[in-house]
Design a protein around this ligand. Structure first.
Ligand code: SF4
Length: 458
């Protein structure tokens, strides 16, 4: 979700004439922070320091969940931090850097705040003003897209924000507030715009997308409607909570216009742990969701999140998680060692799992993740898949040299509809807009397969 928001900031700021620089010196920085784990907190602090010390930013805009909840804790010198704007030597910085906190409620206005604090005379309707500037500017759309860097091959559309589930380990409801759904007409406008421009893939995002409700329109209703405007654009769903899977949603998912991949955060395969976490489903429910997806498409890709070592998790709970992951053949597993987040209900749980055991379980789940990723790749080898080209591969001759790799051969990397990365040679089909050819190498996790026939859009 942060990536989506950051893409949007990036796009708007580029339109306003700023140039995106992922590395090196910069005049100002925008840091969109996360607080999902204690590691994410540390990364947020490191990012602020790095921008000030290494990249030389004199003004840093800090937004996102960590800044919403925790920044006071790092304002050790208590230096004049008032509302959303403050200055001072915090984060242990030895020189003055202006730090501006942009709260969740002001996030939609972030670019406007940036412009006004950088001394730009205009503020107000940034989206509109940005468009005007883009037209007047000597920057071509191509240059703007280039400035937007890695985000140019797919469009992310945020349709929903916030959550009211209050899972015992999670801070997101405190940071992002109650569920809010985006106006349906606005979503359709964006979808049409991207589809008309020939964008290969649209990714729908939200904190809890299944909770989408606009007037009386549910997520499944909205998805069904939206598909009438997508033309040749593939629609990908980012993450959906297990209870989001209703019969109407399964119907919508059977459309070939939707990528056969979805991320479903399972968190644990044990009913007692799920209940302690405050999750609103059982292991059997998750099992049934995956089974149903595989009746729609036997190769349907399911990736997931797991928390290892939640308070009270026993060895048999952990085994139940491993068994369920194996049984449902999750093709990508993000495992997080449980870390206590301040202000969550889990803070009061007494039956804490020792760190050593948490680390051991985390490693076991990660190892299973690699094994299942390899199995999935092997199963999918030989299957026709649509790919979205993401980048041209430099030094491909060294990486993928073979007898057919003559000098000048162009290699690309991309991601398939099944969420598999691939490297391939691109050969344009004379009769269509498609690039067809043979995938040289597929990878997912640490394993790889070979020679999958594919077609892809560019
Ligand atoms: S569903 Fe649970 S884990 Fe997901 S955002 Fe809401 S509270 Fe957090």
């Amino acid at each position: 979700m942060n990536a989506v928001e950051s893409e949007n900031f990036n796009r708007l700021l580029s339109r306003l004439g700023h140039q995106f620089t992922p590395h090196g010196k910069c005049d100002f920085a925008v840091i969109n922070t996360c607080t999902v784990t204690s590691r994410a907190d540390k990364k947020s602090i490191r990012a602020v320091r790095k921008c000030a010390l290494e990249n030389g930013a004199r003004i840093i805009f800090i937004t996102g969940c960590w800044s919403e909840l925790d920044i006071e804790g790092n304002n050790q010198n208590n230096t004049g931090f008032v509302n959303s704007d403050f200055t001072g030597r915090i984060f242990g910085l030895s020189h003055d850097v202006r730090l501006v906190r942009v709260l969740q409620k002001d996030k939609p206005r972030l670019c406007e705040i940036v412009q006004s604090l950088l001394g730009n005379p205009f503020a107000g309707d940034v989206e509109k003003r940005g468009k005007e500037l883009a037209v007047r500017s000597s920057n071509s759309e191509k240059k703007i897209k280039k400035a937007a860097g890695v985000f140019r091959t797919r469009a992310f559309i945020k349709i929903q924000d916030g959550c009211a589930n209050y899972c015992a380990y999670c801070r997101i409801p405190y940071a992002r507030g109650k569920p809010q759904s985006r106006n349906y007409e606005e979503i359709i406008d964006l979808v049409k715009q991207h589809a008309d421009e020939g964008c290969p893939e649209i990714v729908l995002c939200g904190i809890n997308m299944g909770e989408y409700i606009y007037k009386s329109m549910t997520f499944a209703d909205m998805l069904g409607e939206l598909l009438t405007y997508t033309k040749n654009t593939l629609v990908r769903l980012s993450s959906l909570e297990p209870p989001s899977f209703t019969p109407p949603l399964f119907n919508a998912l059977s459309s070939v216009a939707i990528a056969p991949h979805v991320h479903i955060p399972l968190q644990s395969g044990s009913d007692s742990v799920l209940s302690a976490m405050g999750r609103r489903y059982t292991a059997d429910f998750f099992r049934a969701v995956v089974k149903k997806l595989r009746t729609i498409n036997p190769g349907f890709a399911v990736s997931t999140d797991i928390i290892a070592g939640f308070p009270g998790e026993t060895e048999s709970d952990h085994t139940a998680t491993l068994n369920l992951l194996r049984e449902t053949k999750c093709m990508r597993i993000h495992v997080f060692p449980f870390s206590l987040r301040p202000g969550t209900r889990a803070e009061n749980f007494l039956n804490v799992v020792p760190q050593k055991i948490i680390q051991k379980r985390t490693a076991e789940i990660a190892a299973l993740g690699s094994e299942l990723a390899g199995e999935y790749i092997r199963e999918m080898s030989g299957k026709v898949q649509r790919f979205v080209i993401e980048d041209r591969v430099n030094n491909s001759h060294d990486l993928y040299a073979d007898s057919t790799n003559s000098p000048g051969t162009v290699w690309y990397s991309g991601t398939s509809e099944y969420y598999i990365k691939g490297y391939f040679k691109s050969i344009r089909d004379a009769d269509s807009d498609l690039y067809v050819g043979q995938v040289k190498n597929l990878f997912l996790g640490r394993d790889s397969g070979n020679n999958t026939v594919f077609s892809c859009m560019k």
